[in-house]
Design a protein. Sequence first.
Length: 526
Amino acid sequence: MTSQVDENINLIMKGVSAALKLDRESSHIEAYRQYLKCIQFISQTLQKDALNLIMSYNTHKCLTLAKQCTDRLADMFENTTSKPPILIASPSPSLTSLSNIDIGQITPMDLAIKQNQKIIEAYSSRRCGVDGNLSLVRKLSENIAIAKTREETISKRLAEKRKILEAKATTSMSSLPGLDSDENERRMIYIEVLEYEQKKKWPGILREQLNSRPNDFLFAKAMINRILSTEDHPITILLTKQQQKILNRTQPLTERHAHHLANYNPQPALTSSVQSLKSPQSFKGEELWEEMDDLFEDEVENPEMVTNLEDEALERHVKDISRDTREGLEKVVTMLIITFNDLKSQEGYDVIFSTVEPIYFKPIWHSLLTLFRLANRAEEEGISKTMTKLSDASPINLKVNPKFRLSDDRNTYKQAVDELAKCCDLHNPLAKLESIVLSSRKIVECVQEHYEKTQLESLPVLGADDLVPILSFVVVKTCKPELVTECRAIEQFTHEDYLMGEEGYCLASLQTAVRYVANMFNQELT
């Protein structure tokens, strides 16, 4: 329960300040009356708390002020020097902070408090233990009044600046076509970016450098990396928010069913980059699983039915979370395009996307992939058994064209195998797609090296029908059953523009090879 002293302390301080003002203006009669009113009001306030024996910091302050008022009255009439009460070195009365003041430096109120502390220290050292008087309190009150006036001035200036920034944001974003319901959120973030650039010098310097060299995409990439490595930048805050949103949805799902994957292909623990983000709140997981839990009644005794229902629920979560993941990445990319007009070209978009994508996916990829693997666990189990059975297979077992069997050595195409195995250790779709392309190129290089060494016949043309069986052999030799899930996740999260040309061809070829290996197990079952 709040005490009377705590409720009235501000009124008491105002009353004492009014008495001090009258005293300074030599209005002795009015000052005398005001001092008496203050003493009376303090006495009444303390009386109401007397039964509860509440002795707080504000209680001590009231007693000190009452004693100082009494001593000042005695000074006024006796005109003699008497020992006033000991002045307690306490913080100045707090004023309501201006919520919109955030200029990255000390506020006038903070400065006034520090000045008051210095005055108290200087006064104490000068008097060497001799008690102070109300002249010191008067000086402290003046500092607070000055600070309040300065804060009001700053508040008005910031309000004017914000109006200018809002107008600038509206003008800048009006040139972007297709703004949807997220326009207001984007405008607010853009205003925060402009405010941030006014507080910090380095973003403005980078912007000027980009304006002077708009086609220097290496510089643009370095600038984006600098921004996204700064934790308090508004766009970095947006990035972290989107990453956390995905983790809050995926981790409760994956933690509940991670044991399904442990039997045939254990995965490493979460990386430090994932752990640096907050853990999802427990109620999030409960909400996510409500839909799945409703499907499983205690009366259901058919294990196959339960498994099918569970798989259907997982597929729905995979679909929804995949959509949210793509939208989150696009939000960050769009904000960077809005922020930097010089990067609104197609080349600028490619630079932004390729820079943001690995940063965005790194802390969330493990959790995303685990969710995909849970939904794909039947396919992974099947291909895992095929890989185990064919661990000692040679190209002939995978029906590779005799021209491309190179040798009966089980380590043939080892360079391509090693490169494809690396794909599973990467943390973003574009890097994985590049690894798949490199693996396909390694196959071509192995064929070229073989025919250059033997020189028995001319180099044959490697067609699509020849590449798939070779890739199937490479897939088996990687001993990575999760490749079936990796292919699905890469296709799901890779922008359509990157699936054109060589990248799309290599991914499609790998998917065909993976399905071929998986079907070998299914054919054996039938």
